[in-house]
Each structure stands twice: as C-alpha cells, then as structure tokens.
Write a protein that binds this ligand. Sequence first.
Ligand code: AMP
Ligand code: MG
Length: 336
Amino acid sequence: MKNLESKYCLGIESSADDFGIGLATFGGEILANKSDSYIPTEGGIHPREAARHHAEVADTVLQEALSKAGVKAKELTCIAFSQGPGLGPSLRTGATVARALASYLKIPLVGVNHSVAHIEIGKLQTGATDPVTLYASGGNTMVTAYESGRYRVFGETLDIALGNCLDVFGREAGLKTKKGLPIGAAIEQLAAKGEKLVPLPYVVKGMDLSLSGLVTAASAQLQNHSLEDVCFSLQEHAFSMVTEVTERALAHTEKKQVLLTGGVAANKRLQAMLAVISAEHDAQFSVVPLQYATDNGAMIAWTGTLAYRHGLTTPIDESIVKLRWRVDKVDVPWIQ
Ligand code: AMP
Ligand code: MG
C-alpha cells in the first residue's frame, strides 16, 4: 500500500467559463492547479462557445498540470471530474476528457459535486473544520453548513447568483470582462469611490434572497446617479443581503467558523461585512485564497481523493453530468 503522499488524484473542473485541472495527493497536498478561462467577446457566457474553448485548451492545461506536479499519467490513482451543477455543454466537455483518461489509464472515475468541492478545498486551504460557508460565484449563491451526513442549504438565491448580479449590472453600465479584472472587481474599484447610498430593493425572503430586481433597479439608477455611487449602493445592498442570511445560519447552527468562497470572495467589502457578523457570534472568519475560491481543478482533485477513499467511484455508464445537482443531495461520508 502506497503512502498517502504518493497516491494522486487528477481533477477536472469545467462547469462554466473556466477549464481547470488540478492534482492532489491523498494526503492533502495540492501539486498543481492550472486553468484557462473562456472570455466572451461580448455579453455573458455562451455555453457552446465555453465548451468549444474547453475542448481547445484541455490538452495544454492537462500537460501543464502534469508537468507542474511532476507526476506521470500512469502514476495516477483516479480521475475526478466536476459532474454538476453547471452548464451542460461545459460540463460534458470536462466529463468526456475525464472518461477518456480513466478508460485509457484503466483507473476509476470519480464524479464530484462542484459545490461540495468548493467547501472541501476551502476547508483544506484555511484550516476551517466545520464552517457555515457562503459560496458566492458567477453561478451560485448559497449558505451551507454540515448537518447529519450532508451539507445542508440554509439559504440561497431564488433567482440569479451574486456574481451574475454584479456582471449583468456591470455590462449594463458598459464594463467589460478583462483578463485579470473580472467585472465584479471593476465594480469593487468604482464602489470604493462612491459616497451616496441610493435606495435599492433589498429582498430577503425567509432564509433566501432575490437579486434580479436589484440589478434592474440599479441599472435604472444609472440615469440619476454617478456610476461610482450606484456601484457602491449595489454592493451595499447585495452584500448586506447575503450577510444577513449567513448571520441567521450562524445563529441557528451555532457553528464557530464562517468560510467565504467563490469568485466574489475576492471582494474586500463583502469580507469586511462577514468579518463583523462572525466576530459578533464569536466565530472565526476565513476567506479562501483566490486561486482556490474561483472555479479550479484542485478542488475537484482533492474532493476526488475524499470520495475515492470512501469507495465512491463512478462507473462510466453512470457518469452522465447533472446540471442541477444540489449540494444537499450528496452524502459526504468522510465527515464524521
Ligand atoms: P467564479 O464563478 O467562482 O469563477 O467567479 C466569478 C465571479 O466572481 C464573477 O461573477 C466575477 O465578477 C466575480 N468577482 C471576481 N472578483 C470580484 C471582486 N473583487 N468583487 C466582486 N465580485 C468579483
Ligand atoms: Mg468562473
């Protein structure tokens, strides 16, 4: 039996605009985390174009990841892939690469839930063990915590994701995604120069929240107020809503850790709001480092090792992607 540091899982992430490949040892060391992102020429993610991008870069990203890790394909123990949730064409491209590798190498395939993977890599990177997690990205916004064998959803968006809310507003305001400067980051910079709080819809329903009306209202306010003030107001409203839901989950579960992940985790204003509620509940607050907070292959590789060790492999004929695979439908037997 090899020791944990010389058993490797390769993980493929392709649920939306990013194509990533990571390598993790079974002991929890991340040996490589490479990716290439599809940047739309205009508008939001076009699923077929994203899938075409992923197919084009897969070979290069794979070679880069293996060479960074210093691991040969034949040394791999298993191949993990993001099986859902996400965009069909994107997910299918990653799944096809994963199936081909697993069949060729004659090693098991491990289908990983994308949202579970975000939480697990976040815990690994920050040392959090049992957090309330706010996962806020371009496609997801949910507050989860572990309870009785699964990550349970304590609150989530009823319509669009927080990152998508920022991106759609940003495009209305004429901002464009640039390499190294996502729209959310551009809004953060503009918001830092805003001063006036423009009233906008604040919609928290029970434990859930709705963001689409906020985008419409903020876009309309661009006629009446400066871009900086509207960016500032949009952030204040949207971030207060997700922070309120996170605080309620914290009060209910009485957990002592708060974890922030997803691409929106990069935002300093959101971090500051969550730091305040965490302190008020004597909870330790951690932000997942950016390369592990946005979509990445390492999170799939690491979660693949956890699943594999509990016998959770995926036969090829059950490896169909699951576009709406909810986090609370997934058993996580590695948590005791
Ligand atoms: P992901 O879906 O995890 O790949 O993250 C992408 C999302 O994060 C996009 O919606 C971005 O606009 C958003 N994002 C990236 N950086 C920031 C930031 N500094 N503030 C707010 N949102 C951000
Ligand atoms: Mg992304």
